[in-house]
Design a protein. Structure first.
Length: 320
């Protein structure tokens, strides 16, 4: 009997029972030879990050050769935020895969030193520092910065000098400059991928490095804005839509009360002389003829700062 959430390998299960479970909607196929029991409450199987993690468990049980999960997969397993979930499971193996190898696996050929490998909740994964370096070397720098930011948020004691040392030991030349930039600009104060997106947008054009969770003292106490340049009186706040939905942040979250609290905070900030630039995900694709997020932020700075803005040559536009 296959229960909800059960991970089943075809090689270990009765084929007829497995076929009946698939036909009856009790189980769904994860990958070749691996199946998952469907949640009986809503008739759906795992999605998103949960599905990617279950896939990693399935791959681990199926593979007989030595392997270490790496890159985006390791980041996900450690609990890092990702801009998007990986469509392949990443792992390091010390042999070249054949032409018939599974297409849902991304094999990185090589070996992982013992001090860069960990056993985390039953799976062999690259250490968090090694994971950040691997992602910084191979991913879009904005997506890699999302992972690096969240790694620092998860482990504030994460040694970035250790990560730089790992990077120095990498033989490949492509991507090293971008990777170094990601390590140098990682900041655990970013609470969400969209906050990192906004910060990357600013750093890419050489705006001064902002404070994350920048404090602003008001009559109601100290509030923290997502990004801030106190010397210039410029602050940015990313507003997620979920905050204004009932049960959006957590069960019992009252959207109306949130709106009232937000109004009080906004009034107090205005009285303190602070008018943050508010950004939402929809602003990433502005309507024709309207200001971009970067234009809205940049025009708050003095003309002498704006005149010095230059795109960092090796940083591509942010992913949307």
């Amino acid at each position: 009997m296959i229960g909800p959430g059960d991970l089943v390998l075809a090689r270990d299960h009765d084929r007829k029972e497995l076929h009946r479970a698939l036909q009856g909607g009790v189980a769904t196929r994860l990958r070749v030879g691996a199946y998952l029991g469907v949640d009986a409450d809503d008739g759906r199987s795992a999605q998103g990050a949960r599905r990617a993690k279950i896939l990693m468990r399935a791959v681990h049980r199926q593979l007989r050769a030595a392997h270490t999960f790496s890159h985006q997969s390791a980041a996900l397993w450690w609990g890092c935020s990702l801009w998007k979930h990986p469509d392949q499971t990443h792992l390091v193996q010390d042999y070249r895969a054949s032409g018939r190898a599974a297409k849902d696996l991304k094999r990185h050929r090589g070996t992982v030193p013992d001090d860069q490998r960990a056993l985390e909740r039953g799976l062999p994964v690259t250490t968090l520092a090694r994971t950040v370096v691997d992602c910084a070397l191979t991913m879009h720098p904005m997506e890699a910065l999302v992972i690096a930011d969240s790694a620092l948020r998860l482990q504030p004691a994460l040694d970035l000098d250790e990560a730089r040392s790992i990077l120095d030991g990498v033989l490949r030349r492509n991507g090293r400059v971008r990777a170094r930039w990601v390590l140098d600009h990682a900041d655990g104060g970013a609470d969400s991928p969209w906050e990192t997106w906004t910060r990357y947008l600013c750093l890419r054009v050489s705006l001064p490095r902002p404070l994350t969770q920048a404090p602003v003292v008001t009559r109601l106490g100290t509030f923290h804005r997502d990004l801030g340049w106190p010397d210039h009186g410029v602050y940015v706040e990313f507003d997620g839509r979920v905050k204004y939905l009932d049960d959006g942040v957590r069960r019992g979250h009252d959207a109306r009360e949130e709106l009232l609290r937000e109004k009080r905070r906004t009034d107090a900030l205005h009285e303190a002389g602070v008018l943050p630039v508010r950004v939402m995900a929809g602003d990433a694709r502005p309507a024709p003829g309207t200001e971009t997020v970067l234009q809205r932020i940049a025009r708050r700075f003095p003309a002498q700062v704006r005149r010095q803005l230059r795109v960092v040559p090796f940083l591509p536009p942010p992913v949307v």
